[in-house]
Design a protein around this ligand. Sequence first.
Ligand SMILES: [Zn+2]
Length: 197
Amino acid sequence: MKIFKVGDTQLAVCEACRSIKSMTFALRDVPFSDGSGIVKNVLVGVCDTCDYVIVTPQQSAPAIKRELDKQRKPLEARVPAHMVDILNLASAELGATPDFSKVLIKYYVHTLSLNEKKALHLEKYLQNDLAKGPSQKRISLKGIQVYDDLNILKERSRMESTTDVLKAVVINIYEDFFDKPKKGVIETLRGLASASF
Ligand SMILES: [Zn+2]
């Protein structure tokens, strides 16, 4: 892959000028193609005649992807209130604040997505009494990784609903922390919690 520097020039076909023009690489704020947002300070090739953005080189793709992910809507699920309490209690068990709940869920979604057997077992948690109750609170998750992990987990667990998957994950967390405590898992998470505060 060729890496371009600010100030590099080359000839390119400018769609706006409808001819071959000299183009210079520069940092620009670029709108998404669907107009839903803007990525600031990306390296692009700009037409020297009319200022049209002619190319966005490959090297700018990761930064653009990050911005797209940032502006993506969070994953949301409505859950019974006691599920939020379980996450808060588990976080407290790790010496963390309730803010750690999101990391906790992401960690479980990730590790479960890598474990076919555990993923298949996940749906059984929905038969637990803790799966019941009116859904009056919300779990909201943001991040690039969790979208991908959740999609894999849905496939592997044969569950279609994001809400069901997240409910089952919370009950899995309850089991690992309070019902049949798994020392190894808790220790690993304690390490993670200490690094994030
Ligand atoms: Zn032009």
